[in-house]
Design a protein around this ligand. Sequence first.
Ligand SMILES: [Zn+2]
Ligand SMILES: [Zn+2]
Length: 302
Amino acid sequence: MKIKPAHVKVTQFSAVSLQNDGSQLEVYAIGHGAAQANTHTSFIAVLGKESLLIDCGYNVPASFTRFGINPASISNFFITHAHGDHIGGLDRMLIDNRYFRGNVPGAKATLWAPRTWAQDLWNNSLSGGLSSHDSLRSSKDEGGDDLKTLPSNRWYDILLPTEDSSFADRDIYQFKKGSFKIEAFRTMHTPAVASSWQESAWSTGVLINDLIWISGDTRFDAGLIKSYAPRCKVMIHDASPFPNDPVHAPFDSLVTLPVDAKSKMFLTHLPNSFDGEDTQKLVRTKGFWGLALTGTKFSAML
Ligand SMILES: [Zn+2]
Ligand SMILES: [Zn+2]
């Protein structure tokens, strides 16, 4: 029988509480699917009075409905990269934050992002739907200048990293808000021809309060996993059943990891064909902790 760390509990949830007493980090898997799946990999992290949505693909608003969460009740957003299965539902969240947070006048959403990535996300993705929004009430901005389009700061503030540095040869970005301590690290996801994380398009994973690590979308990157494994209690990793998957981590490659990494690892970002009971059995047989299926809650004592 495997011994699991006593201070991490893994349970099933049917509803999400967006606050806790601050003694533990709670991470709710509200979706576990790959790009074409019925749900999209997304997490709500809760610590004290703060909650943070990590990724918001086009099926994530449906997960909010499933778990009875009001989209306007979450105002902190961390986006790992610009693929539709990670950002496609974000404009819905921002619209609800802007117009339907009735009891929080003037409150705005907060995007946690380094400045350059925040600019790319607005210019290349969000501005298309949000800058020409019909509900613009004034044609003047606060300075009296003519305003034909809504700028990003009418939708959200940006929480910049408190520190940029590197760990294990990665660029990393530290974010702090309330009791949250988020370390974002660059990953190697797309394009397939990129031979390093430096050459890859922007994509990141996160380490939350040195407890729960989420890979984000990445190819198999053994060095990255081995460097973070000693620093966290739970690893949630992108996994693909396809041995030659050029942009995600093939299951067959993850199997080759050392026991100390696999035994704290849950797999996610799964196609519909790879999230059933057979897969559950298979991953446990191969030494992983399990699958981070939709409805799985991770509670880690601080
Ligand atoms: Zn992706
Ligand atoms: Zn993805």
